[in-house]
Design a protein around this ligand. Structure first.
Ligand SMILES: [Zn+2]
Length: 252
């Protein structure tokens, strides 16, 4: 299985963990970054474990927008590390932090998301997107102007018509361990075709329900797959095969 969205730089003892994950059937992860510092750390991990990691460079939207200096540094980094980078991410639009951002900062986030989409187009890279609830529609509108770019709406929460539009545009949508205990995510999974569905942990983000006392690692993927067997009425091998195929198709 492949974890299609994880913040690997936030874990300690990555080598030891990776060996355990490999022995339990996790053969790759899509490692995203949140800012310049974590982008450098993620690329360092990619250098150490090239076959295990698909590396993403990006700036998480739930914080103040980037400074021009940071944008320039990202451009230089993407040019110099082009071969090591598989995607732009995670990038997107803020939702949870909206109240803490001024109107000017919110506008800047919209501009900077469009800037990332343009980089993705120019460099022919897919996008890992964080844009939830009311922001999903906005992100989709920006993406629609650049139809050659493929995107992954990670841990999506959005109104059904917006989800249907994202699917119709050919993008991918991923599910976290929350699908095991949250009806909202289960309903969403029913309208996402298996050919556009990915599984992720967003680790080390902690979960509730049956995972409350557990550390989040890619080992939780098997619980998502188990839930999908029931929701999609497909055998385990088909769920695993299709989600791996989708992840490789998007991120390779
Ligand atoms: Zn994330």
């Amino acid at each position: 299985m492949i974890d299609s969205h994880i913040h690997l730089y936030q874990y300690d003892q990555v080598e030891k963990r990776m060996n355990q994950w490999l022995s339990e059937g996790i053969h790759k992860v899509v490692a995203v970054s949140n800012d310049l510092k974590s982008a450098y750390e993620t690329l360092e991990l990619k250098q150490r474990f090239p076959n295990f990691i698909l590396a993403g460079v990006g700036y998480h939207p739930e914080q103040k927008p980037m400074q021009v200096r940071e944008m320039n540094e990202f451009i230089n980094l993407i040019y110099s590390e082009k071969k090591a980078i598989s995607l732009i991410g995670e990038v997107g639009l803020p939702y949870y932090e909206l109240n803490r951002l001024t109107e000017r900062e919110q506008d800047l986030h919209l501009e900077q998301f469009a800037w990332w989409v343009e980089i993705a187009r120019r460099e022919n890279l897919p996008l890992a997107i964080h844009a939830v609830h009311s922001q999903a529609e906005r992100a989709l509108a920006i993406l629609k102007k650049v139809p050659t770019v493929s995107a992954h709406f990670h841990w999506l929460k959005a109104p059904v018509p917006v989800v249907q539009e994202i699917v119709a545009a050919g993008h991918f949508i991923s599910f976290t361990p929350e699908i095991c205990y949250r009806e909202r995510d289960q309903k969403l999974a029913e309208i996402v075709p298996l050919t556009q569905l990915l599984i992720e942990t967003d680790g080390p983000w902690p979960y509730n329900g049956p995972f409350e006392q557990l550390e989040t690692t890619p080992l939780l993927l098997k619980h998502i797959a188990k839930k999908l067997i029931e929701l999609k009425n497909e055998p385990h091998c088909q769920i695993v095969h299709q989600t791996v195929t989708n992840t490789i198709h998007l991120y390779r």
